[in-house]
Design a protein around this ligand. Sequence first.
Ligand SMILES: NC(=O)C1=CN([C@@H]2O[C@H](COP(=O)(O)OP(=O)(O)OC[C@H]3O[C@@H](n4cnc5c(N)ncnc54)[C@H](O)[C@@H]3O)[C@@H](O)[C@H]2O)C=CC1
Ligand SMILES: O=C1[C@@H](O)[C@H](O)[C@@H](O)[C@H](O)[C@H]1O
Length: 335
Amino acid sequence: MSLGIAVIGTGRMGADHVRRIDSVIGGARVAAVADLDADRAREAAAGIEGCSVHTDPAAAMDAPGVAAVLIASSGPAHEAALLEAFARGLPVLCEKPLTPDPAGTLRVMEAELRLGRRLVTVGFMRRYDSEYQELQRTLEQGELGRALMLHCRHRNAQSPPFFTTEMLIRDSVVHEADATRWLLGQEVTAVQVLRPRPSSGAPQGLGDPQLVLFETSGGVVVDVEIFVNCGFGYEVHCEAVCERGTASIGAGSGLVTRGAGRAARAIPEDFTVRFAEAYDREVRAWVDGIRRGRVEGASAWDGYAAALVCEAGVRAQECGERVGVELPERPALYA
Ligand SMILES: NC(=O)C1=CN([C@@H]2O[C@H](COP(=O)(O)OP(=O)(O)OC[C@H]3O[C@@H](n4cnc5c(N)ncnc54)[C@H](O)[C@@H]3O)[C@@H](O)[C@H]2O)C=CC1
Ligand SMILES: O=C1[C@@H](O)[C@H](O)[C@@H](O)[C@H](O)[C@H]1O
């Protein structure tokens, strides 16, 4: 029987996940949706047989046939929805960031620890991207020697209207915080942020772009250019510089046209295009895991570690200094 999923939040990502569960991955169905905006919820559920529509996330989780929850509401709404899912013992895939601040993430993790079993998967979809996976394997195999530096670029064509300077870190660089930990198997120990003059293409008051530097427990230095109003498309690059060579991803390998004295390749418009396959693989792995009684992917601990890195990043944005990341001991549940 297919796994009944309640999707909470049917905005851009939520509606895309509804489509994915309904028509791409197999083994699951959208049993209920909830969004504060009833029209948006109705639109996402249109044409899906047996899918009930709600404005209250808890009501969606109580709908007949719901056995798992996918949270894609706005970041500040995640914590309440996660706790509702825990109260029902439902496994939950929660979009990043797990919560926007480490205090909320800690409350979520502690609630899961009290349950004594893992229910949460955090939607760090880069872990499912084939290029990132190849890079991770290459670094793990060690043929290029130990990693010394990562050069990362993370560019969005434009930021949503509600985006703030803090969100460059908490909402965008949170991906590099997780990817760094996952690629290197090391923790981020300190963060610095350099702020060039803001682009005239960025909304007034938004400190965009920024250069974020991580130091890791294994002595690797990571630089992340975050530029959320670059204007020309979506780009995520990562180059690992190792002792005997380099490995890089994100150059794009699509169609190249040549004409009028120029060679050209399309740049993806946004993350839904660049990471389409990764989102499919992430949701499929989560569903397959639940059906086999396992919880796959990034854990609440990973969400917490990333939130602590981001908290240090926001403090570094404000003070202009290097800020240390204080990570507590990892609870045994997440060993
Ligand atoms: N993995 C990735 O690459 C991406 C992840 N995201 C994450 O996905 C989540 C959603 O982002 P978007 O879809 O871009 O935002 P969005 O603003 O398009 O959609 C959010 C939806 O949540 C609804 N909502 C807010 N509070 C709610 C509540 N208490 N109960 C029910 N519904 C509620 C809003 O009405 C809205 O429809 C965020 O956590 C964001 O960080 C977003 C973009 C890409
Ligand atoms: O998660 C995402 C967005 O929320 C965020 O705002 C973008 O900067 C990222 O590229 C995207 O992957």
